[in-house]
Design a protein around this ligand. Structure first.
Ligand SMILES: [Zn+2]
Length: 297
């Protein structure tokens, strides 16, 4: 049976991948086997989108999560390769005649951000075994985004959008910065590092949002500084992460109660609510080990 909810964040792959990793750390071989078998039986529909929340790279991220925690090759690269082919083919097809080598659509819009667009798709592709021409397309797509960012340094939420408004992980500079930081690491490229730091400046200047979670809130934006700290060892970034975390710690609860800050549509959730803030506080205990949950490995 193929099911439509197959990603780490919003579907069955997430349940099975988390179950498997939890079983591994609990030392329960039988349960580990159970979840891995379930994971391998997930069938993907051929009409899935490509983005992270509901699409193909959301499933691939779950595979990378399993391999990262349980061991390389637990989910074989053959398993992932078919999906990578589909993602690359779709991207090249839609990009045709354009200046960007890969382009994707979700609900009729060509999104750029981490949740539904290019940043999220490129982020996951960088963990896959790619052919040299695929690597060039990933790099070319990231260069296209850098070349076409807003004069402010922020990134449009979708292709052609002129509204320089959102500074969220899901849409805008924060999600793109995390992807560029990864590109700087994977490709050892100084242009990507500079662009990641430029996007980090936008997050510092405009990223103290009126929400607490990690998807479109202050907690998520703090992870940009933690990624840049890990990458550059510059203590400036650690202080910036600490400033955002301390703001939340000191004031979020009161500001939410007073209605000055939004408590989130799902007030306790990891992505929208105080679950994400709690996760950030835990990560601040050992900042160099911090990873944006369900995005950085
Ligand atoms: Zn969001």
């Amino acid at each position: 049976m193929s099911c439509s909810r197959v990603t780490f964040l919003c579907g069955r792959a997430g349940v099975c991948a988390l179950g498997a990793v939890a079983a591994k750390y609990a030392g329960d071989e039988r349960l580990l086997d159970h979840y891995l078998t379930q994971f391998k039986e997930i069938k993907l529909s051929s009409i899935l989108p490509n983005e992270l929340l509901y699409g193909r790279v959301g499933f691939l991220w779950a595979s990378s999560f399993i391999n990262h925690h349980i061991g390389r090759g637990t989910i074989s690269s053959n398993h992932s390769r078919l999906l990578v082919d589909e993602i690359i083919n779709d991207g090249r097809k839609l990009a045709k005649k354009g200046k960007c080598p890969l382009m994707y659509e979700w609900h009729g819009k060509k999104y750029w951000g981490a949740a539904h667009g290019l940043a999220g798709i490129m982020h996951v592709l960088m963990d896959m075994e790619l052919t040299p021409d695929e690597v060039e397309d990933v790099k070319g797509t990231l260069h296209y985004m850098i070349d076409n960012r807003f004069p402010s340094g922020n990134y449009p939420s979708s292709e052609g959008s002129e509204s320089d408004r959102l500074v969220h992980w899901c849409h805008g500079a924060p999600g793109v910065s995390l992807t560029l930081a990864k590109a700087a690491e994977v490709f050892g490229d100084k242009d990507f590092l500079q662009a990641a730091m430029d996007a980090g400046d936008v997050v510092w200047n405009r990223g103290l949002l009126k929400r607490v979670g990690i998807c479109h809130g202050i907690s998520g934006n703090a992870y940009v500084f933690l990624a840049l700290y890990r990458l550059t060892n510059k203590v400036e970034y650690l202080y910036k992460a600490k400033a955002f975390a301390c703001f939340l710690h000191d004031r979020a609860q009161r500001l939410v109660c007073d209605g000055e800050m939004h408590g989130g549509d799902c007030p306790y959730s990891l992505f929208e609510g105080i679950g994400g803030m709690a996760y950030l506080f835990l990560d601040m205990i050992e900042p160099s080990e911090a990873r944006f949950p369900a995005y950085e490995l």
